[in-house]
Design a protein around this ligand. Sequence first.
Ligand SMILES: [Mg+2]
Length: 156
Amino acid sequence: MIRLAFFDMDGTLCAPRFYVNGKMVVGMSDEAWLAFCEKNGADTYKFCKPVPAVVEYAEELKKHGAVLYVLSSAQSEAEKAAKVKFTESNCRGMFREVITVAGDDEKLPVMQKIAAEAGILASDVELVEDTYRLVLQATVAGMNATHVSHLYCKRD
Ligand SMILES: [Mg+2]
């Protein structure tokens, strides 16, 4: 049974879309992104959309008693504030917390730490992600891992 689940944001819970110089873009360079977040603050994710298949899956896990976290990387306080606002606006009450890390490689240790503190076995933890490398990392660590693509497929 899944007791603890972590959801990535960009490309998983959230379809990225940003309004830059009069047009919608899917993203930008690291440098431009930092400036964009500084300029837009908590509204940086204003045009991003929640991904229905992922939100439904989160609801299902929560209904069965899992504690859910958003686990995402953020390069600035502004980006973190935007991720918190997106989550509160689109998934109110669903996630215990929005956790941000500086880089993807911090995700697995963060999940392991939270699981250990809660006394939850890796086999009862799940990661939902679009970065396949991280899906594999979680699998190798004994966790359940779902690549977001599976949530768009018919269930077995
Ligand atoms: Mg992602």
